[in-house]
Design a protein around this ligand. Sequence first.
Ligand SMILES: *[C@@H]1O[C@H](CO)[C@@H](O)[C@H](O)[C@H]1NC(C)=O
Length: 426
Amino acid sequence: MEKENKRKPKLWHRFSAKKVTMIFSFLVVFILLIIFLHKPSSPTSKSPTQRIVKETHSIIHSKPSSASPASLERVVFNSVTPRGSISDHHKVVLVTGAAGFVGTHVSLALKRRGDSVVGLDNFNRYYDPKLKRSRQDLLLNEGVYVVEGDINDMALLNRLFDTVRFTHVMHLAAQAGVRYAMKNPSSYINSNIAGFVSLLEVCKSLNPKPAIVWASSSSVYGLNTKLPFSEEDRTDQPASLYAATKKADEEIAHSYNHIYGLSLTGLRFFTVYGPWGRPDMAYFEFTKNILKGKKITVFQGPGGVSVGRDFTYIDDVVKGCVASLDTAGKSIGREGKRKGLKAPLRVFNIGNTSPESVEKLVGILERLLKKKAMRDVQEMPKNGDVMFTHANISLATRELGYKPTTDLETGLKKFVEWYVDWIQKD
Ligand SMILES: *[C@@H]1O[C@H](CO)[C@@H](O)[C@H](O)[C@H]1NC(C)=O
């Protein structure tokens, strides 16, 4: 300290007043230059190049340290650049939760038919992130880039929408799982409610505004006993916090459609299964544990009633998602509303309309795996799961042309083939 204090005046003394003025002038010019160069990064800028390059490189997955900013910008643009000729129906789609089970399959389907796709995913650790990273690699191989970031990060969402004019958003990012809500309730509020609102807030400010298709859930039917579940049935008796957040989303969608003229389509998925599926789901856990010779917990209703699900194969679900995007109609905005136009607000059951018991599921798995399951039969705890689901899909069939074609046996066969291959590579 002392040494420095002594040296400073000496150094200063060596400069003449003229030199000091000159250095200051250079400094001022230099600072002005920096400010000038940074100006294009204002939010209203038409050329987002610098901003994207400067600010997004830290949130994009592929080795942020090695990826130069320029190459980074290129990948996002590459991801939306169509390979073939552009059709009249060409869509530019942001898929949230793109490294998730349904997100990966929908992204691939859109890309393969020629649409432009960018993914967004926060790669959280709710289940093995390795699986998510493998799905990300799969997508990258097909030219779909997945940005690593959170839907609650509105600055990031704004940057993405500034870079690319998305015509559609396929919103699949969510905190899934029914029982986990008792362990970590805030993650459901954060992802499913706050995240959805943050996405809608950004979408409603755009011009033109994208149409949004998003994942609701069959769990909104809650304690309903009338079967099959129809979109006209009541959905005010959720049996879990997860279901309650999805129900809340349906009401939030109503309000954003009403106020801002956003086109919103909610899809009530029924127990989606298949290759690249979620490891927290029963069919996945059963497969894993049967192969390992470990016990599986099979739930039963009171008095030995078997639990049933309307298991829906991923390829059928993807068809429902794509058809929803294709028929979404436009977000008309408040201007459109003033002109008396109406933006679509829709909800569809996406199920198989062919429920099967969990007992049957286990039987099929035993046959496919050529191994007996060690069943630990227990009464189902009343902590969120419902006894039976069955989708009435007549509305989706009429409006979307939705027709599931995969039965449980066929679908599980494809899952098991994928699973065996996956664990060998793992
Ligand atoms: C199926 O749902 C539709 C409405 O989407 C309803 O009109 C029809 O009555 C329902 N069918 C059954 C068998 O519940």
